[in-house]
Design a protein around this ligand. Sequence first.
Ligand code: F6P
Length: 376
Amino acid sequence: MAKKVGILTAGGDCPGLNAVIRGAVKNAEHNDIEVYGFLEGYKGLYENRFVRLDSKAVSGIISQGGTILKSNNGTNNFAMPEINEKGEKVYVDRSEEIAKRLRDEGFDCIIVVGGDGSLKSARDYMLRGLNVVGVPKTIDNDVPYTDVTFGFNTAVAVATEGIDRLHTTAESHGRIMILEVMGRYAGWIALSSAIAGGADTVLIPEIPYDLNKVMEKIEERRREGKNYSIIVVAEGAKPKEGTISIREVEQDKANNSGLDSVKLGGAGAFVSKEIERLSGQEARSTTLGYLQRGGTTCPYDRILSTEYGAFAMQLVADGKYGRMVTMLNGKLQSISLDEVAGHDTKIGTKSSNIKLVDLDSDLVKTARRVGICLGD
Ligand code: F6P
C-alpha cells in the first residue's frame, strides 16, 4: 500500500522552503508515496487543514521565496491557549489527540521543516508515537549537528549586498555606517557577510564588545586617510557591560514555555548613537530586517534545499523515522532527532540548543587575519 505522508513548514519563513517541499514531493512520486501539505505549520496540523501535493502543485516553485504551505511561529500544540468554563485563559496539550487523529487518518509520517523550536516539537511528537522526520531550517544557521541550514547563504548574500551599497554612500559622506543583521543569538550571518563585504568591524553575540575597541578601529582607518567605516552588528550583539537589545516581548507567547517571545532589535541603532557620541562623526544605522528572509533563493540554497527535501522523503521511503536530515562534514546524512533536541527532556517546551560561532574557528581567525575588528 502507498505510504501517506504529511509535510509542514513551521517558524519564521526562510528562502529554500519551497525547494524542500518540491524535492520531497518529487522523490515521493518515485517511491509511490502520497504527500499532503499541512497549512500554516503546527496551526494547520491542529486544525487539520491540508492540501494534496503532487508534481503539478510544486511545479515552478523552486525559485520562489516564502512557502506555498504558509508558516506560523505562534502555535505550540503541546500548550494551546483556550478559554475554560470560568472564562480564564488556559493552556491545553492537544498533541496526543492530534497524533492519534493523524495515525487514524493513515499518515505514516510527518516531515517537519523548522528551526530549533519546531524540531523540538517534532521530537516531542515522536515521543507521542507519531513518526516524524525533521529538516533543519533557518537563515540563522544556528541548528546544531548540521554544517549549514538552508536559507543562510541567501541571507548572507542579501547582507553582503547591503554592505556593498553602504560602502559607496559611507565613502561619499565620510560617515560611519552600521548595518544590523538578523541571526538571533548567533553571529553567523553577521560574521560571514562582514567577511564577504569587507566590513571594518563586526559585532557578534558570541563576543560581548567594547566600544573603545571599535573606536580604535575607526581611528586606525582615519590615520590611513579613510574617514568612513562599515560596522556590521548582529541583532543579538551586546556590549561587555550591557545587555542585549530587545525590540519587544510578546506577552501572549511569553506565557507559553514552548514559544519564543523575545523579538530582538535596536542593537545597530544603539551602536550608532554611541559611536556618534564618542567620535563626533556622523553615524547612520540601517536595519536589514526581513529583506534577509524574503524573495528569491540563491542557487546554493536551492541545491541544499532540494537535497534536504528529497533525502527527507528517502528516509520516509526507507522507514527511517525520528531522524533529522543534516549536512555533516559536507556529507548528506541523518541524525537522531532526539540527539538534536533531546537535551531538553520536558515535552512541549522550547529548545535552546543552538549552534554558536566557534571562536577558534577558521571563520573567526580569517576575520582577524584580514584586520576586521570584532570589538574585543
Ligand atoms: O530565526 C529567524 C529570524 O529571522 C531571526 O533572525 C529573527 O530574529 C527572527 O526570525 C524574527 O522573527 P519574527 O518573524 O517572529 O519577527
